[in-house]
Design a binder for this molecule. Structure first.
Ligand code: FRU
Length: 482
């Protein structure tokens, strides 16, 4: 297959660093539109990350698979486009999301061809740069007829793994007016698939663990030994993207029984994550951080969307998934600024002598009956612009509020917090991205678009009563594109 864009040169990296909203240490596409991570795979020690990509502009359309790789999980090398729609083929209207597997030494992609939505297969060479689409595509032309009758054409995002001498696939769908579906398939050769059963059916009315919505996209089944976790991305009946969420449960005889569940990522930006098992046994996960600025602003900027930080996923005893930034990110730490044992009285604003658009902040607070306290980032000197991470210990809640050019930007993002002394947070600021981790694995991702170039400093603040800052370190993080 010929590659529709030429090899990507240095000028791409220059573009990546000139735009003030362009993340410095998150993966972004060379230009144009990016959505879901796809085909994430550790191939002989190199991590390959494919992604939903529109080479024709910063909007969703003519979806290809972009491709990048990394040997350290932090720095990325661009590769030519991996998959492009074939005119007249089953993916003529787009190569939508899917996964990568190692088929006895042959890198193999299973992805969604559109339209109608169907499962297609492509086999790669040793470099994972050249992909040959299987002549027999689509390998699954449609869901079983009883589901085809009720799914409104929604049948996408295969996620495949090997177990008990067979290949297994989960794929997203829905029952119109009822809720999302995850379907389970089995194959011996990745080319012939047999429908096994509906693995899980959702209920649009249910918010038992999270709002379940109308359609389940991008299912992933993670294996934690005696328990498994089914990750989903939830769309509502109006095709609005809600959240990535999961059920934890038991998986026996190809049946999945959820016993717990939760939202995976809080905030308004993170969606459609994909996880893969690294050769060292860890589960690595990326999500798409979508823009929350107006469409016209992305069109003017010439790019839209970036990947989350590389996240390591573990399962806690209580069934909750914990997300943490990959420790490899510590390699980006540069100049550090720290303090310890700083008492902050009520109604205080403490300006720190540190500023930057690409920072990591680690902070341990001892709340002393404080009403609310927290950290403000990307603050202008007069405070007209700032993004406040507010902790409300009595409500066991953290929320983010943005002030841009003196105007509050809604909606705000929030996440629950487990009471802890000290309360430890890690905060990653990178141009227009903000990600926050609690020590027990809760995660929030949102976007911010300060208008002023001097909106770069960090403040601590309290309202009501006092707080002790046990320790605080702020690191400048290096760009990954130099
Ligand atoms: C999720 C999603 C997938 C689909 C892809 C299309 O964001 O809608 O369900 O395969 O994006 O780009």
């Amino acid at each position: 297959m010929q590659n529709p864009i030429p090899a990507l040169g240095r000028s791409i990296h220059a573009q990546r660093t000139l735009d003030p909203y362009r993340p410095r240490y998150h993966f972004t596409a060379p230009a144009n539109w990016l959505n879901d991570p796809n085909g994430l795979i550790d191939w002989k020690g190199t991590i390959h990350l494919f992604y939903q990509y529109n080479p024709n502009g910063p909007f969703h359309g003519t979806i290809h698979w972009g491709h990048a790789s990394s040997v350290d999980l932090v720095h990325w090398r661009d590769h030519p486009i991996a998959l492009a729609p074939t005119p007249g083929g089953p993916d003529a209207d787009g190569c939508w999301s899917g996964c990568a597997v190692d088929d006895r030494g042959a890198p193999t992609l299973l992805y969604t061809g559109v339209s109608p939505q169907a499962v297609c297969l492509a086999v790669g060479d040793e470099t994972l740069e050249t992909w040959r689409k299987y002549e027999g595509n689509p390998v699954i032309p449609a869901p079983p007829s009883e589901i085809a009758a009720v799914c409104g054409g929604d049948f996408r995002d295969p996620y495949v793994w090997r177990e008990d001498d067979a290949w297994w696939m989960v794929i997203g769908s829905r029952r119109e007016g009822v809720g999302g579906l995850v379907l389970l398939y089995r194959s011996v050769d990745l080319r012939h698939w047999e429908f096994v059963r509906i693995l899980l059916a959702g209920d649009e009315e249910s918010s038992r663990y999270f709002y379940e919505g109308a359609m389940w996209e991008c299912p992933n089944l993670l294996d934690f030994g005696d328990r498994r976790t089914l990750i989903l991305s939830v769309q509502d009946a109006q095709v609005r993207l809600h959240h990535a969420a999961y059920f934890t449960g038991l998986y026996r005889n190809q049946e999945f029984k959820p016993v717990a569940g939760d939202v995976l990522a809080h905030g308004d930006s993170f969606y459609a994550p994909q996880a893969t098992r690294l050769s060292d046994g860890r589960y690595l996960l990326f999500g798409w951080l979508r823009e929350t600025r107006p469409h016209e602003a992305a069109m003017a900027a010439g790019w839209s969307g970036c990947m989350s930080l590389p996240l390591i996923v573990t399962l806690r005893e209580d069934g909750r998934l914990a997300l943490a930034p990959a420790p490899e990110l510590e390699a980006l730490r540069g100049e550090a600024w720290s303090l310890s044992d700083l008492p902050l009285g009520p109604h205080t604003i403490q300006r720190l002598d540190v500023a930057g658009e690409a920072l990591e902040i680690e902070i341990a607070f001892v709340p002393d009956r404080a009403d609310a306290f927290g950290v403000a980032v990307r603050c202008s000197p007069d405070g007209e612009e700032q993004t406040r991470i507010v902790i409300r210990p009595r409500q066991n809640e953290l929320y983010v509020e943005r002030l841009e050019a003196g105007v509050a930007v809604t909606p705000t993002a929030s996440m629950p917090l487990t009471p802890a002394t000290p309360l430890v947070l890690r905060i990653f600021v990178d141009a227009s991205t903000l990600e926050i981790f609690s020590e027990d694995g809760r995660y929030l991702a949102t976007r911010l678009y300060p208008r002023r170039s001097d909106s770069a400093s960090v403040h601590l603040f309290t309202t009501g009563a006092a707080v002790n800052v046990q320790r605080l370190t702020v690191w400048r993080l290096a760009s990954i594109w130099q």
